[in-house]
Design a protein around this ligand. Structure first.
Ligand SMILES: [Zn+2]
Ligand SMILES: [Zn+2]
Length: 298
């Protein structure tokens, strides 16, 4: 077996090869529409959705049940539930979205998607990520049906569905009234009318469930592609998937003066299995635009 190590490629069949294995996708909101094709093409998995899986018990976006765990823990719980319902599956996959204020940009909402794959033969856990400012995540307090209609026009209703709740003070209260998955003007007017009659105003917000939010569905697809890229990135020393960037080293030289800038010069890849570490220069980047230079563009 001369040259065994050098012929190590991501396609080499070994214990991490998932081609032909059964995968359970933990979703009740149609996420398999984007996750399954990506995982079939990228890893050769045969994807199925366990029948009767209730992922809402891990928390809902419409506030009836708050998510208690963080996104990764919640995804792991869904994976465990999917394995319990489909014992013949080797792999289970779950996704979790988080939406909230951007940590650096004021008033900009940030959407994060996490897709987690766990292989119970090898015990490997690989997560794909997406972070975007392009999302349909907003709410309005409507005093009239016209308020709600104007909001709907801004956020891409009816392709993006809406949720209507009652209001207590200016806060949403699903216990007063709650109507989810609204996709017609008539249903919107009725739900808003009911909420206003009961509480004086209607809290209207985007329905963040994946099958009701095509913008979010595309983000889940990108996170799935990121997962595949990470799975296919093997450690050069031990061949375990998930050899990924864990650190970026700043200092890409300015194109004009050569001074180090804040842009990354190199990326550090680390293997979580054996600890192997490699520094690689950022592909295609040898100099920084002078706009990023403190000397040329103070
Ligand atoms: Zn410069
Ligand atoms: Zn390794």
């Amino acid at each position: 077996m001369v040259g065994e190590r050098t012929r190590l490629t991501p396609d080499r069949a070994d214990r991490f090869t998932l081609c032909g294995s059964l995968a359970a996708i933990a979703t009740m909101h149609g996420k398999e529409r984007v996750i399954a094709p990506v995982l079939s093409a990228g890893l050769g998995l045969e994807c199925r959705v366990p029948a009767g899986l209730d992922t809402d018990r891990f928390g809902t976006f419409s506030r009836e049940r708050a998510r208690t765990a963080n996104a990764l823990e919640a995804a792991r719980e869904k994976v465990a539930a999917a394995f319990a319902m489909m014992p013949e599956a080797r792999v289970a996959i779950a996704s979790e979205g988080s939406f909230g204020p951007h940590p650096q940009i004021p008033f900009a909402p940030l959407g994060r998607e996490l897709v987690v794959l766990i292989d119970r033969v090898t015990g490997l856990e690989i997560a794909g990520h997406d972070a975007t400012l392009d999302l349909r995540y907003a709410h309005v307090i409507a005093r009239t049906t016209q308020d709600a209609e104007a909001f709907g026009e801004r956020i891409g209703f009816p392709e993006h569905a809406l949720i209507v709740m009652g209001c207590a003070g200016d806060h949403p209260d699903p216990h007063i009234a709650l109507c989810k998955g609204i996709t017609t003007s008539q249903a919107l007017a009725e739900a808003v009318g009911t909420a206003i009659a009961l509480s004086g105003a209607a809290f209207v917000e985007t329905d963040m469930r994946a099958h009701h939010n095509p913008t979010r569905m595309r983000a889940i697809e990108r996170a799935s592609c990121d997962l595949i890229a990470r799975y296919q990135s093997r450690c050069p020393a031990c061949a375990t998937p998930g050899f990924a960037v864990t650190q970026r080293i700043a200092g890409l030289p300015c194109k004009w003066c050569g001074a180090p800038t804040a842009l990354p010069l190199a990326e550090v890849f680390t293997c979580t299995a054996c600890g192997h570490r490699e520094e690689r220069s950022v592909i295609g980047q040898t100099t920084a635009d002078p706009g990023n230079c403190d000397l040329c563009n103070p």
